[in-house]
Design a protein around this ligand. Structure first.
Ligand SMILES: [Zn+2]
Length: 408
């Protein structure tokens, strides 16, 4: 079983870099052409709504049939007289299809809810697009260390123009997907989506066959520890334990802001909507920072101790609402959901799988002997005299249950 090669996968990261060019004016003209083309196709789609039932690729083909000369030069009824390179046109058509689908969804939602809500306004179709140019292959070339060439319209003809980029990670030899040229107020940016390899995306079952597989059980708490992690091997030996702290600090920081909000509300008159948004934004930023930090620390801990699987307890939505009501929002345990969301993708990038186990008996049984436990603040004691950290016991149970799930 072990001889099987690891299954590789990938994820996409978008690098955002400044684009240094003397041809900003041509980019502007090209962008206008891109948007005008997209708008023409967008409007045409609404004369053929049946196209939206098709896949994007088929929809694109139908639209091209309607608007371009056939091989023997016959002009169709809807002939579009466009001086646009094929790949810019296709990017524009795809943009139009995406926008049409979004509009149609909004329109359907409007039709479904307008009787209940008479104040609801019908969504309006855009009369102008202001999208950035998406460069399909054929619109850019010679992508090398620090530069590329882009096809632009100079007012008369289409030509290749060179532009420089600082700090591209092209050295790593990642596959590059269609870049987007973004005109900011002050400068030109290029967004470059790159495919990054994940060394191992093989499913949990095949990992469990490995002799030296290690599982990291993670319990979340509302104490000063956001997460309690323990790495175990197949024989349930404890390799290493980590308490990821910061819960009290998080609670303190958020409670200060919550108090400010309360105070401002009591003041009433001087309390503007902008202040309101500013405070909630602050709360959100703090929560995001901690969720990123905690999830990163969990993944780093797994990497250091060679755990390929993270096991967490399966909590459904009700539990989160329950936590919110019982311990208050912006408490460490309430951040659990955001932490696990981040944990999922951070772990994936490092070839680690996150799996869930049933939450029954995780805290109420002793991991050593399965007897019932009693909680005494942050400690536990079982009927057979085992004792220790309450959340560590949960983390061990979560790790062990993961092994059990796969018959180990
Ligand atoms: Zn026990």
């Amino acid at each position: 079983m072990q001889s099987k090669a690891n299954k590789k996968g990938y994820y996409i990261v978008t690098q955002k870099r400044r684009l240094y060019t003397n041809y900003e004016q041509y980019i502007k003209i090209t962008q206008e052409i891109f948007n005008e083309t997209a708008l023409r196709y967008f409007n045409l789609i609404f004369e053929h709504l049946e196209f939206l039932e098709l896949s994007n690729q088929k929809c694109l083909r139908e639209l091209e049939k309607l608007t371009l000369k056939s091989k023997n030069g016959i002009k169709p009824e809807n002939y579009f007289d466009l001086d646009v390179p094929v790949y810019l046109r296709r990017a524009a058509i795809n943009y139009a299809i995406g926008s049409a689908k979004t509009y149609q969804e909004k329109y359907k939602a409007y039709l479904e809810t307008k009787d209940k809500n008479p104040n609801l306004k019908m969504p309006t179709k855009p009369s102008k697009f202001n999208a950035s140019i998406v460069c399909y292959k054929g619109m850019y070339k010679d992508f090398a260390e620090g530069s590329l060439k882009v096809k632009l319209f100079n007012g008369k003809t289409w030509n290749w123009y060179k532009a420089n980029i600082r700090d591209t990670n092209s050295k790593e030899n990642n596959e590059i997907l269609s870049p987007t040229i973004v005109l900011n107020k002050e400068y030109v940016m290029i967004h470059i989506p790159t495919k990054k390899e994940v060394k191992d995306v093989s499913p949990i079952k095949s990992r469990m066959y490995k002799k030296n597989i290690r599982v990291c059980g993670v319990a979340f708490s509302n104490s000063d520890s956001f997460a309690i992690c323990v790495v175990i091997d197949k024989e349930k030996n404890i390799i290493k334990t980590k308490f990821i702290k910061g819960g009290n600090e998080y609670r303190k920081q958020t409670s200060i802001i919550l108090k400010q909000i309360k105070k401002h509300r009591q003041n009433g008159a001087n309390y503007g909507i902008k202040d309101h948004q500013r405070y909630w934004q602050k709360l959100n930023n703090i929560s995001n920072w901690y969720a990123h930090e905690v999830s990163k620390q969990i993944v780093d801990f797994c990497k250091e101790n060679k755990a390929e699987i993270i096991s967490i307890a399966d909590m459904n939505e009700d539990i989160n609402i329950h936590f919110g009501k019982r311990v208050g929002k912006y408490s460490p345990i309430y951040l659990r959901r955001r932490i696990t969301n981040y944990l999922n993708y951070k772990a994936f990038k490092d070839s680690i799988i996150v799996t869930k186990v049933k939450r029954n008996y995780i805290a109420s049984k002793c991991y050593k002997c399965r007897a019932n436990v009693k909680r005494k603040k942050l400690k536990y004691e079982c009927e057979n005299g085992h004792s220790g950290d309450y959340f560590f016991n949960s983390a061990m149970n979560i790790g062990i249950m993961c092994l059990k799930k796969f018959g180990i």
